[in-house]
Design a protein around this ligand. Structure first.
Ligand SMILES: Cc1ncc(COP(=O)(O)O)c(C=O)c1O
Length: 443
């Protein structure tokens, strides 16, 4: 018998409605909320709202709660740490946990050499730090990023972001000398080609057009790239894309900066998505899944790249001891089995989604790695017109049935559950998703 999800009131319920009313009055309206979920508590895969409705969480709080909500070992680690020390800024004092965690990150990030870590509190902060370090180290000014990229919303990170117009609108001017180029979004190739025959035209274009007409590669500090694009649509490029991009950076001494804020920490079935592509980035940015929900980010760079001097960059709160303890325990749990589970459950889920793709023409594309999975909805398989209303309707209907989903890209739905997800959870989520598909396509 299916015991969850369990929706027992109208949504939003009476308590939720009261909060929503006050939220409208007192809280900034700048973030996008997909549906009126007001959370009271959560455990494992389940989230309970303020009216005691229980939801199955296929968002992990936007790919954050890698070990599931409120994992017992995380609670113990952070409670013990809170009893010892909550804060003594890493900006001015030494902290043993920074050293332990930085050593561990040096070991687990791709590349057999030593790496150094700068600690921040959010993904955007890690990206800002990488942006500054790239300019500092290379003494070059231009930075390249991709269309559909999402790197955060602070001014530097936003300058790299090119995912949705409303994220940039009215915030100009941003940081100068940021250039966007097409990503290998092969389902909608910018050059109208297909990956089997294109010879990575998107990278050739950079070599043969951009670098011959507008931008001297000797002025380029770094290329920022999501190994798998996240907010922009969970786009998985072919292996050859990263190989060609990496070679381009080697040819011109450009730093290859992998933004693994969303794809890192086991989500794709390997500790870092770069490992799927055999890439060893010069800098990696990490946040979201690193500390099971506590605010923490890391910018990890090759030892020789992180050559900035004292005073050049720091953060009062970055690398908070409680967050660091959560990260140390999170990494252990990932290594003890959650990464393998992400690979195993992800393989099952993508097969099931592909079966749905064959039955429902509204699904134009199914893609992903591990538990970073998406379906892109289209009005017509030939024209690939974005099925935005259909996508929004599915995400909303799933909520009313007790399944938490999130959108991404222009008409995609992402599935990014906690890495503890079981086959049973998958089957429940898939059956609710299919019910929604049936409803919106009248099948
Ligand atoms: C790839 C990537 N980089 C950076 C960020 C920004 O992270 P934050 O919201 O923690 O600032 C995100 C957030 O979704 C992300 O997915």
């Amino acid at each position: 018998m299916k015991k969850y999800p369990c929706i027992q009131t109208q949504l939003p319920g009476t308590h939720a409605l009261q909060y929503l009313k006050k939220e409208r009055k007192f809280v900034s309206p700048s973030s996008t909320k997909s549906y009126p979920l007001v959370v009271k508590n959560a455990k494992g895969m389940l989230v309970t709202d303020v009216d005691n409705n229980v939801f199955l969480d296929f968002t992990a709080g936007v790919a954050v709660c890698s070990t599931g909500h409120n994992h017992d070992q995380i609670i113990t680690a952070i409670s013990n740490q809170a009893n010892e020390l909550i804060h003594m800024s890493g900006a001015d004092f030494y902290n043993p946990l920074h050293i332990v965690l930085a050593e561990k990150l040096s070991a687990i990030c791709p590349g057999s050499y030593t790496k150094k870590t700068f600690f921040g509190n959010s993904g955007a902060e890690a990206v800002e730090a990488a942006f500054k370090l790239a300019r500092y180290h290379t003494k070059r000014s231009i930075v390249i990023a991709f269309y559909n990229a999402f790197h955060g919303r602070t001014m530097g990170a936003l300058s790299l972001t090119a995912s949705k117009l409303n994220q940039r609108k009215h915030f100009l001017p941003l940081i100068p000398e940021v250039i966007h180029i097409p990503y290998a979004y092969c389902y909608r190739c910018h050059f109208g080609l297909t990956p089997d025959t294109c010879n990575m035209a998107c990278i050739t274009w950079v070599r043969e057009e951009l670098f011959k007409t507008k931008v001297s590669p000797e002025d380029v500090a770094a290329i920022f790239v999501e190994i798998v694009q996240g907010e922009g649509g969970y786009v998985v490029p072919p292996k050859e894309f990263h190989t060609a991009l990496y070679q381009l950076t080697r040819d011109y001494n450009i730093l290859y900066v992998a933004d693994e804020v969303q794809s890192g920490m086991g989500r794709t079935g390997k500790m870092f998505a770069a490992e799927h592509f055999g890439i060893v980035p010069d800098i990696i940015t990490i946040a979201k899944g690193i500390a099971s929900g506590l605010p923490l980010s890391a910018m990890v760079a090759r030892e020789d790249v992180m050559d900035w001097q004292p005073g050049s960059h720091a953060s009062t709160f970055g690398g908070n001891p409680v967050s660091c303890q959560a990260a140390i325990t999170t990494i252990r749990l990932l290594e003890e089995g959650l990464i393998d589970n992400a690979a195993k459950q992800g393989a099952y889920m993508i097969d099931e989604l592909k079966k749905l793709e064959r039955r429902y023409p509204v699904i134009g594309d199914v893609r992903g790695l591990g538990l970073m999975l998406a379906v892109e909805l289209v009005k017509d398989k030939e024209t690939k017109a974005y099925a935005v209303e259909e996508r929004d309707a599915i995400v909303e209907r799933a909520f009313y049935k007790g399944l938490l989903l999130l959108s991404c890209g222009r008409s995609a739905i992402r599935f990014c559950p906690p890495l503890i997800v079981s086959k049973n959870d998958m089957d429940i989520a898939l059956s609710i998703f299919e019910e929604c598909l049936k409803e919106i396509t009248n099948k």
